[in-house]
Design a protein around this ligand. Structure first.
Ligand code: ZN
Length: 269
């Protein structure tokens, strides 16, 4: 069963954190605005459309947050940013720390500062874990950073494969994708819970990437079963959306329908 801190305590913690940031009491290197902000490059709709090359470097990205997820140019694998380190997980299973000059077509980052901590002492499926998280957020209409650390009996992941031009849409690029099951593994799920109204800009609901404690295995989390661990929530009220100005983005038709269906198909969950 999960035990939770009182929601009001969580909110006071969040308010304290924001105030501390405002007065430079915590960190000092970023202001209150950044403490509340998720910075995102491009949109999920653009990624669905095959816009796999961006103009944002990992170095740029890391000036906007120390936590987050995304992918790399040419759709070359999955990104997990934890504690300011950008991990690059490729489809061939290789993992490395991304170079600051590497580029991303889609990523979301923030300064993770948990306002709510939920210990999990009994096994929880993805559906159960996210249901517990849902009872610990203040509103479905804000943005939340989610960090789940612990032991997992299973984590089912996929890692997108590097593409070549002409780029296929994401539904084709992820069709028949290789999935990997990790069993009895300790590690971290990192990502966001986005409001339903952001579907297409981002992935509505929970979007989580996994990396194990050795930082050598992981990917986009399709499903998991948490044995025991800790779930942390960091509340955000601001979204900075940075749009590409490349020709493929400028010329893309991003008004197409079935966004939810295609996101469910490509991202699972
Ligand atoms: Zn993902």
């Amino acid at each position: 069963m999960a035990e939770t801190r009182h929601a009001e305590d969580g909110f006071r913690g969040w308010a304290r954190t924001v105030l501390a940031h405002r007065f430079g009491g915590v960190g000092g290197q970023h202001d209150a605005g950044r403490a509340r902000q998720v910075y995102q490059s491009s949109t999920m709709a653009a990624l669905l459309d095959g816009i796999y090359d961006g103009d944002v470097t990992i170095g740029d990205l890391l000036t906007h947050g120390d936590f987050g997820l995304g992918t790399f140019n040419q759709l070359d694998g999955e990104m997990v940013i934890l504690d300011g380190v950008c991990h690059h997980l490729r489809a061939d299973g290789s993992v490395e720390v991304a170079a600051t000059t590497d580029m991303t077509p889609f990523a979301a980052v923030a300064y993770f500062s948990p306002d709510t901590t939920v210990p999990v002492t009994a096994p929880a499926t993805r559906a159960e874990a996210t249901a517990i998280l849902d009872t610990n957020i203040r509103s479905e209409n804000l943005i939340y950073g989610i960090r789940i650390t612990g032991t997992f009996s299973t984590v089912r992941t996929r890692t997108v494969r590097k593409q070549t031009v002409p780029y296929p849409p994401l539904t084709e690029a992820t069709a028949g994708q290789a999935e990997t099951n990790f069993n009895d593994v300790t590690g971290t799920l990192a990502g966001f819970r986005m409001p339903a109204y952001e579907q297409g800009v981002a992935v509505a609901g929970y979007h989580l990437h996994f990396v194990d404690d050795t930082r050598t295995h992981g990917g986009h989390a399709l499903d998991f079963r948490l044995t025991a661990g800790t779930m942390q929530i960091s509340t955000f009220t601001d979204l900075h959306l940075s749009l590409p100005t490349s020709a493929p983005f400028l010329n893309a038709n991003l008004t197409s329908t079935n966004i939810s269906e295609r996101i469910h198909q490509t991202e699972g969950g």
